[in-house]
Design a protein around this ligand. Structure first.
Ligand code: DP6
Length: 326
């Protein structure tokens, strides 16, 4: 056993994971497809320590407690079971981006934790095994394990993991995240998934996913932003339609969210190729070619209510790094 540090990037889904077929195993109601975000990182150090009475976890400078700690400890239990060890762990994790704003911090968190914890325990998993393990911590985390653009599919525990579709070098697609709020969302995506089946639109969205998935995948393979962007917008709007019509209803948008969406559509009419997607939060992910990223960023920064813009190209997979957080 040794002290180990890993890095992972969050990912942005073009076809969303919303609703679970199995809540305990994080088996999704539908396949999803995403891109890792190079500009945003989570770094996590893990060490199993003989004699430590309980897992100790800090995120940033904050010690985790309650449900958040229990979720990490349950994940460490999975790793302990694989390694056949009983020692509790010291875990420190740092994000270089704000958590809880729909920037998918649980994805990079559980991807980095899965890699750091398995290696710290002396367990070497291949990419498939690591993606499966990360999925059990947080569904979307399985997509942060492979590099670049990845597809998460499979209906059983053994077959549900993410695989690379194309590497990050394939297409320098940019995601400009218009940050419109830093507040922690009222309902986490973890709790939101359970509400999906209460929406009359959930089944309709699921029926549309296979067709949109083909379009997103072809769009990526052909580097066709129109094809990718149109399909990604359709699924993001369908997911938010499901959220809004769940009981109770989930409304993640703020007035400024809608203002960004309509600005984007106006820019498109002027000839600037930019498309949007949104996670379980009010921030808008704006997708464009690398050559247009500076112009899209400039325009976003000029919109009233946009607090910041994060600009990211495609990122690598979960990886080990030198140096530790403690
Ligand atoms: C809206 O992966 O956070 O970002 O599996 O319960 O941890 P759990 O949920 P999580 O859900 C992410 C939902 C989403 C869409 C997506 O990233 O596909």
């Amino acid at each position: 056993m040794s002290k180990t540090t890993a890095v992972a990037n969050p990912n942005i889904a073009f076809i969303k994971y919303w609703g679970k077929a199995d809540e305990r195993l994080n088996l999704p109601a539908n396949p999803s497809l995403s891109m890792n975000l190079a500009a945003l990182t989570t770094v996590t150090t893990v060490e199993f320590e003989p004699g430590l009475p309980a897992d100790v976890v800090t995120v940033g400078d904050r010690p985790l407690a309650g449900q958040a700690l229990a979720r990490v400890a349950a994940h460490l239990d999975r790793v302990r079971a694989m390694a056949g060890i009983g020692e509790r762990a010291r875990v420190a994790s740092r994000n270089d981006f704000p958590a809880g704003t729909g920037l998918a911090s649980s994805a990079s968190a559980f991807a980095a934790l899965s890699l750091a914890a398995t290696r710290a325990a002396g367990v070497h998993l291949d990419e498939v095994g690591l993606s499966r393990l990360a999925r059990l911590g947080s569904g979307s985390a399985c997509r942060s394990v492979p590099a670049g653009f990845s597809l998460w599919q499979g209906e059983r525990d053994e077959t549900s993991f993410a695989r690379q579709v194309v590497p990050p070098e394939h297409w320098d697609l940019h995601d400009l995240i218009a940050v419109v709020s830093y507040e922690h969302k009222a309902v986490s995506s973890y709790d939101g998934h359970a509400l999906a089946p209460t929406s009359p639109f959930h089944q309709a969205r699921l029926a549309a996913v296979p067709g949109l998935l083909v379009e997103v995948r072809s769009g990526i393979e052909a580097r066709d932003l129109l094809l990718l962007g149109t399909a990604a917008e359709a699924d993001a709007l369908a997911m938010h339609g499901v959220m809004m019509t769940s009981r109770p209803s989930l409304l993640y948008w703020l007035p400024v969210t809608v203002a960004v969406l309509s600005a984007l559509r106006a820019w498109r009419r002027e000839g600037l190729a930019v498309y949007f997607t949104l996670d379980a939060g009010p921030n808008v992910h704006c997708l464009c070619q690398a050559a247009d990223a500076a112009e899209v960023e400039r325009r976003l920064r000029n919109l009233a209510g946009v607090l910041d813009v994060l600009n990211s190209g495609p990122g690598g997979g979960a990886r080990l790094v030198e140096g530790h957080l403690f």
